[in-house]
Design a protein around this ligand. Structure first.
Ligand code: NAP
Length: 466
């Protein structure tokens, strides 16, 4: 058979599972740089004839219906350019390349332009859901050439996660819109993961909870949050280490790694002049966690704090509230970044649609997304989720938890960077008056940078020195 409907390159975890998912409804040819991976996949995972293994790029290309639809599920960065270069001699006008990896949005812009010159249509598609999502239904965030999207829409729809609102996929905008949205998705993920880790830290160090107790608590809270990250956290807390019989979480080294999407979100936010402190706290916390040797040595220089006396029953609802507030703020920061990016890069993003696509399949899926969708449905021009009627009252109540938790954390010398960043963001964004008047006075004092006045328009400078 030489008329396979879809082609997929890259057979690591994501590629293999996505291929199996797509093959439920469409035929596809697959290729991987290292042949042994393709062979292993075909021999051990593939049961249908819908998937054809190929071992030469030329064979791969010749197996596909025209215009060819080729998805790359490979390591982001240089490999994407190398694989595109290897495909080009065999491609024809109107063929479609779909980059399904976590490419930086600026790379996607360049690739799309270069390929358009050659008549090749390009899509930058963010895919979230990890290994299981790729197999059972991920959340899919496509951007780029619209006619190309329309031609592959049915295939992506068949593979995507499903909710009552439809398939968790939809055209998000031109050029790099899909990869930008995926980057911000991952940024939000960094913020929520860090906030969850801080609550875990408080529970184990201040309240002396054991992992199983923490697991039960998260499972209980998740009846309200309906969040994937909370669900897996509850499961993680229950897992035993087969070697030692101890809880596995107690044995895992406290050094977090990162692949770059969180850092890119922060870089892009700074570039656009948007504050995303909760997401940034997630990135910074991972950087500090990586200094394990230094942290361990430093800890010898300082006395251990006395743990405060607390009643768990009194504190637990407060912790839940603070995590709720921080989660809302992480989403709010992400959507505010998307709004700025949409303006700057002319993506014309539809926030209600993005929330809908994130409602299932992806890592940051949670019950809150339904409310976010409703907030943007009611007010498409919303400047921040924090003031929406869906969240305003919740935030006012949740914020009441902060003083007690932060005071206990200060006594226990426990860092809570994401929880505090979110609380500060909330307080800043709802402050009519911030101390930036002093910043302006200082700038004008040492650098004649000028300032504006409250009582009249114009730009002013003062000779400050006596
Ligand atoms: N893992 C996840 O949970 C997840 C979730 C969402 C998105 N993503 C994104 O999806 C993409 C695939 O992720 P993954 O975890 O499945 O795999 P990965 O570890 O990111 O990449 C491995 C794949 O890239 C190929 N590759 C690497 N360098 C290459 C080169 N120079 N030329 C040709 N092929 C090359 C590998 O081929 P060989 O076998 O020959 O080495 C292999 O197929 C990535 O962009 C990733 O960031 C991953």
């Amino acid at each position: 058979m030489d008329n396979y409907q879809f082609g997929l390159i890259g057979l690591s975890v994501m590629g293999q599972n996505l291929a199996l998912n797509i093959a439920k409804n469409y035929s596809l040819a697959v290729y991987n740089r290292t042949d042994s991976k393709t062979k292993d996949f075909i021999e051990n995972k593939v049961t249908s004839e819908q998937i054809k293994a190929t071992y030469q790029i030329k064979d791969f290309i010749n197996s596909l219906q025209k215009p060819r639809k080729i998805m790359l599920m490979i390591k982001a960065g240089k490999p994407v350019d190398l694989v595109i270069d290897s495909l080009l001699p065999f491609l024809e006008k109107d063929d479609i390349i779909i980059d399904g990896g976590n490419s930086h949005f600026s790379d996607t812009e360049k690739r799309l332009e270069n390929l358009a010159d050659k008549g090749i249509r390009y899509l930058g598609v963010g895919i979230s859901g990890g290994e299981a999502g790729a197999l059972h239904g991920p959340s899919i965030m496509p951007g780029g050439n619209k006619s190309a999207y329309e031609e592959i829409a049915e295939i992506l729809q068949s593979a995507a996660a499903k909710t009552e609102q439809g398939n968790c996929v939809g055209y998000l905008g031109p050029r790099s819109a899909g990869h930008y949205v995926k980057m911000v998705h991952n940024g939000i993920e960094y913020g929520i993961m860090e906030a969850t880790a801080e609550i875990y830290d408080f529970l184990r160090k201040v309240l002396n909870f054991k992992p199983a107790e923490i697991g039960h608590l998260f499972a209980d809270w998740n009846q309200d949050f309906s969040a994937y990250l909370m669900e897996i956290t509850a499961e993680i807390m229950e897992k035993d280490d087969p070697e030692t019989g101890e809880k596995l979480i107690n044995i895992i080294l406290d050094k977090a790694k990162q692949k770059g999407t969180g850092k890119w979100s922060v870089e892009s936010a700074l570039e656009l002049g948007v504050a995303i402190p909760t997401i940034n706290a997630g990135v910074n916390a991972r950087l500090l966690s990586a200094l394990k040797t230094e942290r361990t040595a430093n800890s010898q220089h300082f006395p251990q704090p006395d743990q405060p006396e607390v009643q768990a029953a009194e504190i637990i609802p407060q912790l839940k509230s603070l995590l709720y507030l921080t989660t809302i703020v992480a989403y709010a920061e992400g959507f505010k970044l998307l709004t700025a990016a949409s303006q700057e890069y002319e993506y014309q993003l539809n926030y209600q649609e993005i929330a809908r696509i994130w409602e299932a399949g992806c890592i940051i899926r949670s019950g809150l997304l339904e409310k976010i969708r409703s907030a943007y449905l009611n007010q498409p021009e919303l400047t921040t989720l924090l003031t929406s009627s869906e969240f305003k009252q919740d935030l006012i109540s949740a914020a009441k938890a902060a003083p007690q938790i932060f005071s206990l954390a200060a006594q226990a010398e426990l860092p809570l960077p994401a929880l505090q960043a979110a609380f500060n963001y909330f307080n800043s964004l709802k402050s009519a008056e911030l101390p930036a008047n002093l910043i302006q006075a200082q700038r004008d004092f040492f650098g004649a940078h000028t300032y504006q006045r409250k009582d009249k328009t114009g730009v002013f400078h003062t000779e400050w020195e006596k």
